[in-house]
Design a protein around this ligand. Sequence first.
Ligand code: SDX
Length: 436
Amino acid sequence: MDAKSGTNTKTAKLSVGDQSWSFAVQEGTIGPAVIDIGKLYSQSGMFTYDPGFTSTASCESKITYIDGDEGVLLYRGYPIEQLAEHGDFLETCYLLLFGELPTAAQRADFQKRVTNHTMVHEQMSRFFQGFRRDAHPMSVMVGSVGALSAFYHDSTDITDPQQRLIASIRMIAKLPTLASMAYKYSIGQPFIYPKNDLDYASNFLRMCFAVPCEEYKVNPVLARAMDRIFILHADHEQNASTSTVRLAGSSGANPFACIAAGCACLWGPAHGGANEAALKMLSDIGHVDRIPEFIKRAKDKNDPFRLMGFGHRVYKHYDPRAKIMQKTCHEVLNELGIKDDPLLDVAMELERIALKDEYFIEKKLYPNIDFYSGITLKAMGFPTSMFTVLFAIARTVGWIAQWKEMIEDPQQKIGRPRQLYTGAAKRDYVPSSRRK
Ligand code: SDX
C-alpha cells in the first residue's frame, strides 16, 4: 500500500501549555509509522529539534528498508542475504533503480548499456595530471566525479527523464573506471581501458591490477567476492551520504555534482571512511595481547577513540552485511592461501571479546560492514586508501536510485532545515574606537 495514499485513521496530539495541535500519523508498508509535522511551525510557531535526525524521517522511500533491532536489510523487499547469495551487482543495480528484478532480456539490455558507457572522455585522463601522485584517492574521486558534469552536458537536465536515465547509467558505468584511474595514477602505472567482454567486477579488477606488458587473468573467486562486496554496499536507506545527495539534488543541481557531494560525505571516518580506519585500528592494535588496552580506551568517555567498524546508528543488532562480509573474507583468504593473517586474528579476537563486554552489550554495539571489509580488500591487493573508493563505486547506484526517487516525487521541494538559535540577540554596531 502506498503510505501517502493509505487511509490514516490515527492522529498524534501535541500539547504545549494550554494549546494543543493534531497531526496525521502515516503508516508505511513495514517499519515505524511517522507523524506528519509539516504544518507544526505554521500552527504552533515552533520547530522540532532533532540533531543527527535520530527520530526524523526525511522522506518517503520504496527503495531500501532496515530493521536495526532484527538485523534486517531489504533492497526493494528482497533480503540482502538472498541477493548476495543468488544475484549479482548489475542485477542489484537494475532492482534498486527500477524496483523489480530484471527479466533475462531486461538484464541483457541493461548490461549492454552499462558496458557501452564504461569509458570516460579521453580528456579526463589529463584531469588527473593536476593531482599530486600522493593525493588520497577519495580527493581525486570527489574532483573527477564532479568534473563529469563538464564532459556530459547532454545528461545534466534533471527535468528530462531520458537525461536522468543516461546520467544514471553513465555514473554506474564510469565510477569503476575513474576509481581504477585514481589508483593507477597513485602508483605511477598507466591507465588500463575497460574491456567490454568482462563482467562489471572483473572489468574493475583488471583495470586496477593489469599492466600493458602482459595478459591479466581475473581470478573468478576474487571477482565474485568483489561483486558481492558491491552488492552489500549498494544502498542503505537515508544514511549521511545518501541524505547529502538528496539535499544537493533538491536544489536542482546536476546528478554528477550530487554524486560528488555524496563521495565527499562518504569519505568521513564515521561513515564510509570507517573501513580504512578499521584496518588502521587493527594494525595499531597489532597483536591480540593489546586488545584489552584498546577496549579500555573505547569505553573511556574522555578518550575520543572509537572501535572502528563497530556500532551503527540503526543496527542495534548484528549488521547483516557484516556476517556476509566475514564469510567473503574467509573465502578470499582461503583462495589466496593466506592462512594466518595477523590482522584477521586480531579482528576475530576483538569481536569475540567485545561481544562479551557489558559496555558493548549495553550500548548494543556490534561489528558493522566495515569491520571485515578492510581485511578482505587488503588481501585482494588494494591499499587502505582505496577502501572508501570501492565503497563509493558500490554506493553510487544507491545514491542515484534515491536521487531519482526524490526528483520524481511530486511533493519534492528544496530541503531547507531550520534551527534552534542560541546566539546573540539583536544589538547595534560598535565602532572599533569604542571596542574594549
Ligand atoms: C557506515 O548510516 C548508515 O547506514 C551507514 C552505513 C551505510 O551503509 O551507509 O551503514 C555505513 O557508516 C557504518 C558505520 C561505520 N562507522 C564506524 O564503524 C565508526 C565507529 N562507529 C561509531 O562512530 C558510531 O557507532 C556510529 C557513528 C557508526 C554511530 O553513531 P551513533 O548512532 O550516533 O551512536 P553514538 O555515537 O551516539 O553512540 C552511542 C553510544 C555512545 O556512548 P554514550 O554517549 O551513549 O555513552 O555508543 C558509543 C558512544 O560513545 N559508541 C561507541 C562506538 N560507537 C558508539 N563506543 C566505542 N566504539 C564505537 N565504535
